[in-house]
Design a binder for this molecule. Structure first.
Ligand code: FES
Ligand code: FE2
Length: 466
């Protein structure tokens, strides 16, 4: 029998020699209690259900490999407790919801939302039982139709990371939740890879969103204390279209308008999608996101708020709701990330130039997880001085005429100028930030690329906003 071995050289019809075992990246793939990534994940708030999914009965949920029960007590406050009762383990999905908590069906023990044992009715009145331990419980916050929890050490609980995109004026948000039967990381990495848009969503099976996504974007990544943002630019006629993406660790991302035709100048467009990727366990994941609807960021009025909800959203390819044959003919994001398998094997991949964002994200994620294992707590986005966390996700469109040559450097220079303005104004309240960005980007529209002097080194000059 021939020896199965790895070979450095391509072997035609050599499937036999390809490695068959696909080792997974244990440190980032496992999210259960006590695992390095599970511990890291437990330093952040995560969304896990839509408010619309909860009625008057308890709801079983699984998050980060833990089985839990979500309920709304009779006072209206949400509780999230370990599924199995601290007494002898009956499931609290059969619990009776009470004024301030939930009562186990089996022997009637009553737990408050924070896990305190309020009553042990079958025990003697002086029983010390209820003061000695608690039901496992986690804090819950409900915001604009989405329910979030923090499952880490209570003493390290951060403030809820309210993002600026979540409080935009004149903006409607509708949430959606979609399940994927695969590891969280492969869903998350989709958002740091803007190159797939030119292929999966445009060239391979025709435009799924808009033809303007067809050209390969010019991409530059910027590291921040909480992760990354990147510029993702294309020339469309006389316009340079710069999409800004946020990708905060571990699992948050924002991108620009979902539907776009690049027909006029725009400054500081905001996110079309504010998205989290929440691990259910190692091989199941939830995408939970807000779709944004407003005049500025949905100029084509193609967004459909009513089509967002449980298992569905209003843009193509985010679930398996279409027939299999249709998804084979025109696969979407959901098909791509699920098709990598239950847990993708990084060791079996062959990363290339379009994967530099993925590689960078993996490096930073791994470093953060290893740092935490050494006792270094991660930085987390938190509102400061009552202001929401500033983000960058959204589109800026500039009119910069094409000079006929290769204008890649010009576009990159414009991206850097836009990125600098976004960063330098992020301490400002939203309306002031918008005004400052507009004021500083407007002169770029008059830029004449034929006048660019390469020796000057910079095509655009900006003064800092003080
Ligand atoms: S098992 Fe819950 S009260 Fe006994
Ligand atoms: Fe995509």
């Amino acid at each position: 029998m021939a020896q199965v071995k790895e070979t450095q050289h391509p072997v035609k019809f050599g499937g036999y020699y390809q490695p068959k075992d696909r080792p997974i990246e244990e440190i980032t793939a496992r999210v259960g209690p006590g695992t390095p990534c599970g511990e890291y994940m437990r330093r952040f708030w995560h969304p896990f259900r839509l408010s619309s999914q909860l009625d008057q009965r308890p709801l079983v949920v699984r998050i980060l490999g833990e089985d839990l029960v979500l309920y709304r007590n009779l006072s209206g406050a949400l509780g999230l407790v370990h599924k199995h009762c601290a007494h002898r383990g009956a499931s609290l999905e059969f619990g009776i919801i009470a004024e301030h908590g939930i009562r186990c069906c089996y022997h009637g023990w009553l737990f408050s939302n924070d896990g305190t044992i309020l009553e042990t009715p079958g025990e003697p009145a002086d029983s010390p039982h209820k003061d000695k331990f608690c039901q496992g419980a986690y804090p819950v916050i409900e915001y604009e139709g989405v329910i979030f929890t923090y499952m880490g050490p209570p003493e390290l609980r951060p403030a809820f990371p309210l993002m600026d995109a979540m409080v935009m004026p004149d903006n409607r948000m509708t949430p959606y939740l979609i399940h994927s039967p695969c590891n969280w990381q492969q869903v998350s990495e989709n958002s740091i890879d803007p190159f797939h848009v030119a292929f999966l969503h445009t060239r391979v099976s025709g435009p799924q969103f808009s033809e303007v996504f067809e050209s390969l974007p010019i991409v530059e990544y910027h590291e921040t204390p909480h992760g990354f943002f990147y510029t993702n630019a294309r020339r469309v006629g006389d316009f340079v279209w710069i999409r800004m993406h946020d990708h905060l660790l571990p699992n948050f991302s924002q991108n620009g308008a979902i539907f776009e035709n690049v027909s006029k100048v725009r400054y500081f467009g905001r996110a079309g999608l504010t998205r989290w990727v929440t691990p259910v366990d190692d091989t199941h994941t939830l995408v939970i996101a807000y779709r944004h609807f407003n005049q500025r960021d949905d100029p084509l009025h193609q967004g459909r708020p009513q089509d967002n909800g449980v298992g569905k959203t209003d843009f193509y390819g985010q679930s398996n709701e279409l027939p299999y044959a249709m998804r084979q003919d025109s696969p979407g994001d959901w098909d791509a990330w699920c098709s990598l398998g239950p847990i993708t094997s990084h060791a079996s991949e062959h990363l290339a130039t379009t994967d530099r964002g993925v590689a960078m994200l993996r490096r930073k994620l791994k470093m953060e997880i290893e740092n935490l294992a050494k006792g270094i707590e991660p930085q987390r986005p938190e509102p400061l001085d009552g202001q929401p966390v500033p983000t960058t996700g959204g589109d800026t469109i500039l009119r910069i005429p094409h000079n006929g040559g290769d204008d890649r450097e010009l576009i990159l220079e414009a991206c850097r100028a836009v990125a600098a303005v976004y960063v330098e104004t992020q301490h400002l309240p939203d309306a002031q930030r918008r005004a400052a960005i507009t004021q500083r980007l407007a002169p770029l529209n008059t830029a004449d690329p034929s006048a660019v002097n390469p020796e000057h080194g910079k095509m655009f000059e900006f003064k800092s906003v003080s």
